[in-house]
Design a protein around this ligand. Structure first.
Ligand code: DC
Length: 224
C-alpha cells in the first residue's frame, strides 16, 4: 500500500499538535510531533549547563546523544540516551532551549534522518516548522496552520494550566512572540509556508471545526 505523508507546519500554539494527532487517529496514520526532537536536544544542552545561543556548545553535545521516537499505545514518546523524557521536555524553559538549538544547522541535520525514516516506513501526519519545505518536500498533502498571536497565547496558556503549570497570559504571549521571531527569522530552515501548502487559519474555529477542516483538506487532496 502506498504510504501517505501529510505535512503540517505553522507557529507555536496554532493547535498543530492536537489537530494533527486527531487527524492521524481518524486516518489510522502515525502522528509525528517533530518539536519533541528539538526539545530533547534542548534538554540535553540545558542539562549540561550550556548556553543554547552558543553554537559550538550546542554542536559539542550532538556526538554524545541519541534521540529516538517510540510509540506506546499509539502515543509518541521521545527518548534521550534511552531515557523517556516525554514529560520533562514540556516546560517553557525547555521550549526556549528548543527554539534556540533548532536554529543550528547541525542540529537540523542530526534530526533529518529520524524524521524522513518515519515517513518512509509509515503513513504519517507530521507536524513541525519545515516539514513541507525541507523534511518532506514531496509530501502528499501540505497544510500551513496558523492563528492570531492572541488566540495562540490563550490556547497555550490554557494547555499549560491544565498541566498544573502556574502561567500568566502576558508572559505566555511574550514568550511566544520571542519564539515566533526566532523561528521565523532564523537563517536556517525558517518557519514559512511552502508554496504548495494549503493555508488554514484557526483563529475563529473550534477545535472540532479545525480537525474537520484539516481532514477535508487531506481527503480532498488524497481521496483517503
Ligand atoms: O512545536 P514545539 O513547540 O514543540 O517546538 C519546539 C521548538 O522546536 C520550536 O521553537 C521550533 C523548533 N522546531 C523546529 O525548528 N522545527 C520543527 N520541525 C519543529 C520544531
Amino acid at each position: 500500500m502506498k504510504r501517505i505523508s501529510v505535512a503540517i507546519d505553522g507557529p507555536s500554539g496554532a493547535g498543530k499538535s492536537t489537530i494533527a494527532r486527531a487527524a492521524a487517529k481518524t486516518l489510522g496514520f502515525l502522528y509525528v510531533d517533530t518539536g519533541a526532537l528539538y526539545r530533547a536536544i534542548g534538554l540535553a544542552v540545558c542539562r549540561r549547563g550550556y548556553d543554547a545561543f552558543d553554537r559550538q556548545e550546542v554542536i559539542s553535545v550532538l556526538p554524545d546523544i541519541q534521540v529516538e521516537l517510540r510509540y506506546l499505545l499509539d502515543m509518541q514518546r521521545v527518548y534521550l540516551n534511552g531515557e523517556d523524557v516525554s514529560e520533562l521536555i514540556r516546560t517553557p524553559q525547555i521550549a526556549q532551549f528548543a527554539s534556540r538549538v533548532s536554529s543550528v544547522q547541525e542540529v537540523r541535520d542530526f534530526l533529518l534522518g529520524i524524521q524522513r525514516d518515519m515517513a518512509a516506513k509509515n503513513s504519517v501526519v507530521m507536524d513541525g516548522r519545515d516539514i513541507g519545505t525541507v523534511i518532506l518536500p514531496q509530501a502528499d498533502v501540505k497544510i500551513f496552520l496558523t492563528a492570531s498571536a492572541e488566540k495562540r497565547a490563550e490556547r497555550r496558556c490554557a494547555e499549560l494550566r491544565e498541566k498544573g503549570q502556574d502561567v500568566e497570559l502576558g508572559q505566555v504571549l511574550a514568550d511566544m512572540a520571542r519564539r515566533d521571531s526566532l523561528d521565523a527569522g532564523r537563517a536556517v530552515a525558517p518557519l514559512r509556508q511552502a508554496p504548495d501548502a494549503v493555508l488554514l487559519d484557526t483563529s475563529d474555529l473550534t477545535l472540532e471545526e479545525s480537525i474537520d477542516a484539516v481532514l477535508r483538506i487531506i481527503r480532498k487532496a488524497q481521496d483517503v
